[in-house]
Design a protein around this ligand. Structure first.
Ligand SMILES: [Ca+2]
Length: 483
């Protein structure tokens, strides 16, 4: 009898011990790491996004094991406004960051201005939330705004509250600036400029960034980590080793065709991002610029691939959420435009891939409309962190489990032209509608199903009056609500 009682107690004790072990393991497993990969000025010219020319094997590999978002949009098609938005989880009219910092302008605490802390001093940024909740949080390279290439190797427009540790690599591309071909002598980052560089991948800033990120992954941490790696390419100057240029011979690159509105620049506000020095480029130069951009993309993809391989080698992939995104889209002569700062699809649309361990939708694409402002609540939810109530995005976890799910009806992107006027654009499943200066400087409506290259502006078509009214009132409500 006594031994039976003892056995029963022993069995009970074993049961509770193993239950405790399972619960502890579950709690540890639930603490997912985050690897946030942010490319600068990267558009959707990528293999996994269906581009027939551009080689991006590593981003494609990530798409194979995560959910690839086909319709992801930035909230502002410029670096600092977009990054300030998705890293705070708030829209540009709330952060009040609607321009890049003007060089030489410093606030009283010697930060380049404008900085979102001037307007939202107590906001908790995405990385800061992870810091507060016990994560090791580190940054490599460009997460908040940096002037490229001028501020490479500095902290740029950083937010010190966001990081416990940071690295600011500066490579051969920074040192060899004088070899870069540019449309404006002495200017590299704001205009089109490029260089087929000598030397190896590892000497370039993005090569050094990947090396620094791998070293951080290799360190043993007693806490879960949130590692943000900000690549500088394919931002101008489009610098990469020569071998990447050889992949894209210019004479095999077809230039986009222009519509009648593109040629006449109607409405003018829609095309006001065009820069004078870009207007006189020869077709040969246009092809060379596209070659250099694609080369920089493939080079950046290779560095990103080194970080992903390290994650696999260190057996961290099963316990790490991996995200790839770009701060905004980018034109390569579509509509006769280059770079960003337009409200056409190429400038508003971004690549976005989220690979969350165990998500049922992994390996599939989603056509759900999503916005970069959704990143913050999504990562907080995936990692079981309590996010601030004021966040303006939507948790995408339901889409990661079922990519056919929709979580919103529309995505919004905005711009400010100088200090003069704003443009707002709404993207629904079928339409893109853009309102310039509340209509005083024109409006544009494109049927993205029938006319994905936005060649026919239907805003004045009487048959579409009802659609225009509905989309216009949604845009006006958006513009007003956020002030
Ligand atoms: Ca950018």
């Amino acid at each position: 009898m006594a031994s039976l009682h003892l056995l029963r107690r022993l069995a009970l004790r074993l049961f509770f011990l193993s239950l405790a072990a399972v619960l502890t393991a579950y709690a540890q497993a639930a603490k997912l790491n985050v690897l946030l990969l942010v490319a600068d000025d990267l558009n959707c010219d990528l293999g996994s996004y269906g581009h027939s020319r551009v080689q991006s094997p590593n981003i494609d590999r990530l798409a194979g094991r995560g959910v690839r978002f086909e319709r992801a949009y930035c909230q502002f098609s410029l670096c600092s406004p977009s990054r300030s938005s998705f890293l705070t989880g708030r829209r540009p009219n709330v952060t009040q960051i609607r321009s890049n910092p003007r060089s030489g302008q410093f606030s009283t605490d010697y930060k380049p201005t404008p900085h979102f802390r001037e307007f939202l001093p107590d906001t908790v940024t995405l990385p800061q939330l992870f810091r507060q909740q016990g994560y090791f949080v580190a940054r490599v390279g460009k997460l908040y705004h940096y002037g490229v290439p001028g501020q490479i190797g500095t902290s740029g427009l950083d937010d010190l509250e966001s990081w416990e540790y940071f690295v600011n690599p500066a490579g051969r591309d920074k040192a060899e600036q004088d070899k870069v071909f540019t449309l404006i002598p002495g200017s590299y980052g704001a205009t089109l400029s490029w260089l087929a560089s000598d030397g190896s991948d590892l000497e370039q800033t993005d090569g050094l960034s990947a090396t620094a990120a791998i070293s951080l992954l290799e360190q043993q941490h007693d806490k879960p980590f949130f590692l943000a790696v900000g690549f500088y390419r394919p931002h101008t100057p489009y610098v990469s080793p020569k071998k990447y240029f050889d992949l894209y011979p210019p004479d095999k690159i077809a230039l986009p065709s222009l519509s009648a509105d593109d040629r006449s620049r109607t409405p003018e506000a829609g095309y006001a991002s065009a820069k004078q020095e870009q207007e006189t480029m020869t077709d040969r130069q246009r092809r060379e610029a596209i070659q250099a951009y694609w080369a920089a993309t493939t080079f950046m993809d290779a560095q990103l691939g080194r970080v992903l391989s390290a994650l696999d080698r260190l057996q961290l992939a099963a316990n790490t959420v991996v995200v790839l995104l770009s701060d905004h889209g980018y034109h390569l002569y579509e509509h006769g435009l280059w770079q960003k700062m337009s409200l056409f699809e190429n400038s508003a649309r971004v690549p976005l891939i989220i690979a969350a361990p165990g998500a049922k939708g992994n390996g599939r694409l989603s056509r759900a409309l999503v916005e970069l402002v959704d990143l913050y609540p999504t990562l907080a939810s995936l990692c079981g962190l309590t996010a601030p109530q004021y966040l303006e995005g939507t948790n995408l976890k339901p889409v990661l489990d079922d990519p056919t799910t929709n979580v919103k009806e529309a995505a919004f992107t905005q711009l400010r032209r100088g200090s003069d006027y704003d443009g707002y654009s709404i993207r629904t499943a079928r339409w893109r509608y853009t309102l310039w200066d509340d209509g005083r400087r024109g409006e544009q409506l494109f049927d993205m199903e029938d006319d994905p290259r936005e060649t026919r502006n239907l805003a004045a078509d009487p048959k579409r009056a009802e659609v225009v009214e509905s989309l216009k009132s949604q845009l006006r409500a958006y513009a007003q609500a956020q002030r």
